[in-house]
Design a protein around this ligand. Structure first.
Ligand code: HEM
Length: 488
């Protein structure tokens, strides 16, 4: 009789089209917070054309459903366009099953907390190269941010050093995303929620979209295959450096591996590349923005770094436990602005009931991470950037160390320890060596920075802004130059 329970509250569906016209397409997370107020419920429901969506605005509900009931809440929705574009190779979007399990297991082994230490050298090298970039051309900070975020996965997955922002591995990926994202995400969210819309002719005009999808597929094949082939060549030449792919190829050469296993490794490397870069770009962009507009916080962090690290070396991973304020900045950046503010959609594989509501099999369940991290009860003054909120009365870092930005349960971010290490060292190294301020116009007046963000695909980015990034002293400049000479 559970089926007779009501769906969770939400707008009344219209005949046939259901709630299609009600669904927000702009500033989606805060629109669902408004729904929560209107329908007096943190769990919300909408439906159309036989599909259901449930939005969870409260962290307790997300933990109960995505984690305690992970067995049935760990699928992803089926997007008809995914295969046409070759994006079925991205295991972050793969249905919950053996194929996903195999890829997840490989990444989990490589990216578990202890194993991430193996990546510390590569991360440090690339962060130091970013500092050099900021020294040479500070106004191109977005380029340096992108180089950093792409070059770490390219090195750790294939052993490949990205030389410039115009490297073909970047331009081809960018082109496939630019062409593919609008097909995948019309109106930013509708197709995520109701995949069936992909078959509605007015939205999916057929020939031209299919033509674009075919082009995206070709580009995607190149994004997957070109670096794999490059790594194979280096193996043949005997010049390969350790990476996920070369490790696999060595195993293949010694004990053998099937074509399916090789394809899976290619898919894993491709997925990690995609999953690691834009998210890290978004978080580092937010960090630079928050530092530019919060002078006092920046100075406080620099005082901590000077006290712990001194001015004669750059920060390294061993400093992390001794710099609580920097840790709080890391937490606060990801609390204020999650790269994926609605996470990635989960999908329910069996009928369920929760808190007196019925949630049917096949429902797409979205965790509104932004709503959870802007809940006034847990985070007073939620819109203020305040690292101090992560300290207790005694002045110690509190135990609120679960970063909700990494999502939930079995589909939660498998790269969160790499992401954490990369972001922490980036924030520490930039603050140790540079001052970040608002840019000034010709008459010396500060140029204001808007607080706007824009969505690209699933990911939310700070809108472009100007800021001034200058070395803190001649000594800091020298530190950057010396470390990069050593890295060469
Ligand atoms: C600031 C950086 C990052 C953020 C905020 C982030 C966030 C997320 C989120 C929200 C999800 C979906 C979770 C869910 O469905 O509940 C996810 C999935 C994933 N992330 Fe990350 N991520 C980041 C960096 C990375 C990095 C560096 C890697 C790889 C080294 C990575 C690899 C993945 C993969 C493979 C998945 C798919 C997991 C699956 O479906 O089983 N991410 N991430």
């Amino acid at each position: 009789r559970k089926k007779h329970l009501p769906y969770p509250p939400g707008p009344k569906p219209m005949p046939l089209i259901g709630n299609i016209l009600d669904l927000p397409t702009d500033d989606v997370p805060s629109a669902y917070v408004e729904w929560a107020k209107k329908y007096k419920s943190s769990i919300l429901h909408a439906s159309a054309l036989g599909s259901h969506i449930v939005v969870l605005n409260d962290v307790e509900d997300a933990i109960e459903l995505f984690e305690r009931r992970a067995r049935i809440y760990s699928d992803r929705p089926e997007y008809p366009i995914r295969k046409l574009m070759g994006w079925d190779h991205n295991f972050a979007l793969t249905r919950y099953g053996d194929e996903w399990r195999y890829c997840r297991k490989i990444t989990q082994e490589h990216f578990r907390k202890e194993a991430v230490k193996n990546y510390h050298d590569v991360i440090s090298q690339k962060v130091h190269a970013m500092l050099d970039g900021l020294l040479q051309s500070p106004n191109k900070f977005e380029h340096h941010n992108k180089m950093l975020s792409v070059s770490i996965p390219m090195k750790t997955m294939y052993g490949y050093d990205v030389e410039s922002i115009n490297d073909r591995c970047i331009t081809v990926t960018d082109k496939s995303l630019l062409l593919g994202s609008p097909l995948f995400l019309p109106g930013a969210s509708l197709i995520n929620i109701f995949p069936i819309l992909a078959f509605i002719p007015s939205w999916f005009p057929g020939a031209s979209s299919r033509k674009i999808a075919a082009e995206v597929k070709q580009l995607t094949e190149e994004v997957i295959q070109a670096p794999m082939n490059w790594a194979k060549m280096r193996m043949v030449e005997g010049t390969a450096v350790p990476s996920l792919v070369t490790h696999f190829l060595e195993k293949k050469n010694t004990i053998g591996a099937s074509a399916a296993e090789e394809r899976a490794i290619g898919d894993v490397a491709y997925t990690v590349n995609g999953a690691a870069s834009d998210t890290t770009i978004s978080a580092t962009g937010s960090f630079l923005y928050f530092m530019a507009v919060n002078h006092g916080i920046q100075k406080k962090a620099q005082r901590e770094i000077d006290r712990v690290v001194g001015r004669n070396r750059l920060p390294d991973f061993s400093d992390r436990p001794t710099m609580p304020y920097l840790e709080a900045i890391y937490r606060e950046v990801l609390r204020c602005r999650q790269p994926l503010d609605m996470g990635l959609p989960h999908c329910l594989t069996e009928d369920d009931h929760y808190k007196g509501y019925f949630i049917p099999k096949g429902t797409i369940v979205l965790g509104n991470i932004w709503a959870m991290t802007h809940d006034e009860k847990s985070y007073p003054e939620p819109f203020a950037f305040k690292p101090e909120r992560f300290f207790d009365e005694k002045g110690d870092l509190n135990d609120d160390d679960r970063i909700l930005a990494y999502g939930f349960g079995r589909r939660g971010c498998v790269g969160k320890h790499v992401a954490s290490a990369t972001l922490w060292l980036t924030f520490a190294s930039i603050l140790a060596t540079f001052n970040i301020e608002k840019a000034k116009d010709d008459s010396g007046r500060e140029i204001p920075i808007s607080d706007e963000y824009q969505e690209f695909g699933f990911i939310s980015h700070k809108t472009p802004f100007e800021c001034s990034i200058t070395p803190r002293s001649h000594g800091h400049r020298q530190l950057i130059e010396e470390v990069n000479l050593l890295n060469k």
